[in-house]
Design a protein around this ligand. Sequence first.
Ligand code: GH3
Ligand code: MG
Ligand code: MG
Ligand code: MG
Length: 322
Amino acid sequence: MAILIVDDDPHLGGLLSLRLGAEGYQTCTARSAEEVFVLLGLEAGVAADPPVKLVILDVFLPDMSGIEACRRIKADVRTADLPVIMVTGSTEEEHLRQAFEAGATDYIEKPFKGVEVVARIRAALRLRREIEERKRHAQALEQLAEQLRRANERLQALSFQDALTGLYNRRYFDDFLEREFRRAVRNQGVLALSMIDVDHFKAYNDRFGHQAGDDCLRRVAAALTLVIHRSSDLIARYGGEEFAAVLPETLLDGALEVAEKLRARVAALQLPHPDSPCGIVTISAGVAACRPEPGDHPESLIEAADAALYHAKRAGRNRVSA
Ligand code: GH3
Ligand code: MG
Ligand code: MG
Ligand code: MG
């Protein structure tokens, strides 16, 4: 990475090159703003090779004011971070002001001492390195924060998921029902709940074993999911072989229809169950709906749906009751 020395006076440019060379710096030179832009790849032509790490820029150039050239370097994202040290033979204070306003890193008046230029270059490059290091740090921190955010999201999703069926778990169900209940209270809306229980499931386990029982629950869960496709509805594993469907803004009739679809869908799986009167795995569902008022609690809706489920069981199972 070279230091680009821009001066229309080849003698001065050459002297500076020698001095910086003696300090171990690589240098390249340009005599006009145009040449600078080409060297830096800002103009059609060749890009900087070797790339430039700092520019020493004369205020007076034949084709453009050095201050204007500095402004252009700073305006381009590719070179905005490049340190520019302005050098001038003028003692006009206005130039100094303009140079810094144009984004110059430093400003040196001629005649200058070699030691001063070298010291200022060192300082500018050190500052540049520090800024870059801080940028890298900030980027690394940002990446880390993003990774943490994603990991958190995954964890959160997992904490709401039932491991066996992939459905929402009881915890999420409780939160969701509470939320929807409160919303219904606020909007004076309605809310329906369906409690679902697999029929004679103990006998299924007893005959086929617990693993087969788990498989059966997974297939039942998948079937239930196919019926609940409204994005505002929720199907969850309530516990054991029990599931629950929360149907916001749904009246009892609508909820009964959905429950009947759930029942039919599971029956349609035709999973053999020799110890059930139907010979296949079936579910019973209890449905309840309410228009909750302030002071009401979701528990009462759960109790009503549970009571309806109990009815469905008493009435012979593989049916829906309200
Ligand atoms: P009913 O028709 O009255 O609902 O009869 P049931 O046999 O289904 O009811 P019961 O509550 O007596 O039995 C439920 C069974 O579900 C007992 C339990 O072993 C089984 N079960 C609960 N959770 C799981 C599970 O995660 N995996 C398996 N394989 N079985 C489970
Ligand atoms: Mg049960
Ligand atoms: Mg039971
Ligand atoms: Mg059961």
